[in-house]
Design a binder for this molecule. Structure first.
Ligand SMILES: NC(=O)c1ccc[n+]([C@@H]2O[C@H](COP(=O)([O-])OP(=O)(O)OC[C@H]3O[C@@H](n4cnc5c(N)ncnc54)[C@H](OP(=O)(O)O)[C@@H]3O)[C@@H](O)[C@H]2O)c1
Length: 266
C-alpha cells in the first residue's frame, strides 16, 4: 500500500507554526523518535518507510497526543528511486499551506552478516539504502528548498563512516560516502538559504543495535538522539556528533596510524 493511498482522504489542518517536515526512515528507532519530536515542536510531519503498519501506529499515537492532524504517512521503499519525484510532489502538495522546512533522511540498514561475512545482496542493499536513497531523496528535496530560499536538509550518517575497520566494511563505506556527499551538497547550496546538517550518531538503542554488545554507558536512547538532532538542525549546525563527546573520540580514531588500527579489536 502506498502512503499516498493511505493518507489521501485526510486533509492536514494548519499547525500553529506553519512548518512542515519530512522524515524518511521513520517507522522505528531514531526516525520514529524524530517524528514525535518534530510533532511536539509544532511541525506537520510526513513519515516515509516501508512498514505501513508501524507508520499507522505512529500516526495515530502522535495525532492523538497533539489533538491535531499533525502526522501523515507514506509507505515506500527508498530503493524505488523512480517513484521518489512523484511521491515527494504528493507530500509537498499534502502539506498544503505548510512550508517544507526540514527534510531528514535517516533510513538505514546494518545487516549482521554471518561469521563476519556479508552476502553481496546485503552489501548492495546497504549502499542502495544508506547512500543512494539519501542522494535521491535529499537531492530532489534540495531543489524544492532552494526554490523557496530556505529550509534544512539533514542526513543521518554515522561515526562508523570515519575510518575503515575490520567490521562491516560496506556499512562503513556507505556512511563515509554519505558524509562526503552531504559536505559537497552543503557547499553547493551555500548562499541559497538552504542548510545541510550531517548527523553522526555513536551508539543509540534502536532495533538496528539490538543484540550488539555495546558499552552500556555510551548508549543513548532514540528520544535523546532525536532531541539533539532536531535542535542541531534548527540551529543550522553543519556537522554534529550525537552525543558531542564522540567528536574528540573520533578525532583520535581518525588520526590513529594504520599499524595501530590493525591491532585494535574494533
Ligand atoms: N542506532 C545506532 O546506534 C546508530 C548509530 C549511527 C548511525 N545510525 C543510523 O541511524 C539511522 C536510523 O537507524 P536506527 O538505529 O533508528 O535503526 P532502525 O530502528 O532499524 O531504523 C531504520 C529505519 O530505516 C527504514 N528503512 C530501512 N530500509 C528502508 C528502505 N529500503 N526503504 C525505506 N525505509 C527503510 C526503516 O523502516 P522500514 O523497515 O519500515 O522500511 C526504519 O524506519 C540509520 O541510517 C543508521 O545507520 C544508527
Amino acid at each position: 500500500m502506498t502512503d499516498t493511498a493511505m493518507a489521501r482522504p485526510q486533509s492536514m489542518t494548519a499547525s500553529p507554526s506553519g512548518r512542515g517536515a519530512l522524515v524518511i526512515g521513520a517507522s522505528s528507532g531514531i526516525g520514529a523518535a524524530l517524528a514525535g519530536e518534530l510533532a511536539r515542536r509544532g511541525y506537520t510531519v510526513a513519515l516515509v518507510a516501508r512498514r505501513g503498519d508501524m507508520l499507522s501506529r505512529l500516526r495515530d499515537q502522535f495525532n492523538q497526543s497533539t489533538g491535531d492532524i499533525r502526522v501523515r504517512i507514506y509507505a515506500h521503499d527508498v530503493r524505488d528511486y523512480d517513484a521518489v519525484p512523484e511521491l515527494l510532489e504528493q507530500i509537498v502538495s499534502d502539506l498544503g499551506g505548510q512550508r517544507l522546512e526540514m527534510v531528514v533522511y535517516t533510513a538505514g540498514i546494518m545487516p549482521e552478516g554471518e561469521m563476519g561475512a556479508w552476502p553481496f545482496e546485503e552489501e548492495r542493499a546497504m549502499i542502495e539504502t544508506n547512500t543512494i536513497g539519501a542522494i535521491r531523496w535529499l537531492g530532489l528535496a534540495a531543489d524544492i528548498l532552494r526554490a523557496q530560499g530556505r529550509g534544512t536538509l539533514v542526513g543521518v550518517s554515522s561515526v562508523a563512516g570515519e575510518r575503515g575497520r575490520r567490521g562491516n566494511g560496506v556499512y562503513q563505506a556507505s556512511k563515509a560516502a554519505l558524509t562526503t556527499w552531504l559536505e559537497s551538497l552543503r557547499y553547493r547550496l551555500k548562499d541559497s538559504g538552504v542548510r545541510v546538517t550531517t548527523i553522526k550518531p555513536g551508539y543509540v538503542a534502536t532495533p538496528l543495535t539490538t543484540g550488539l554488545n555495546l558499552p552500556r554507558r555510551m548508549v543513548i536512547s532514540a528520544d535523546d538522539a532525536a532531541r539533539r538532532i532536531v535542535t542541531a538542525a534548527e540551529r543550522g549546525r553543519a556537522v554534529v556528533y550525537v552525543p558531542g563527546y564522540w567528536r574528540p573520540i573520533m578525532w583520535i580514531i581518525r588520526h590513529l596510524p594504520a599499524f595501530l588500527m590493525v591491532r585494535l579489536p574494533l
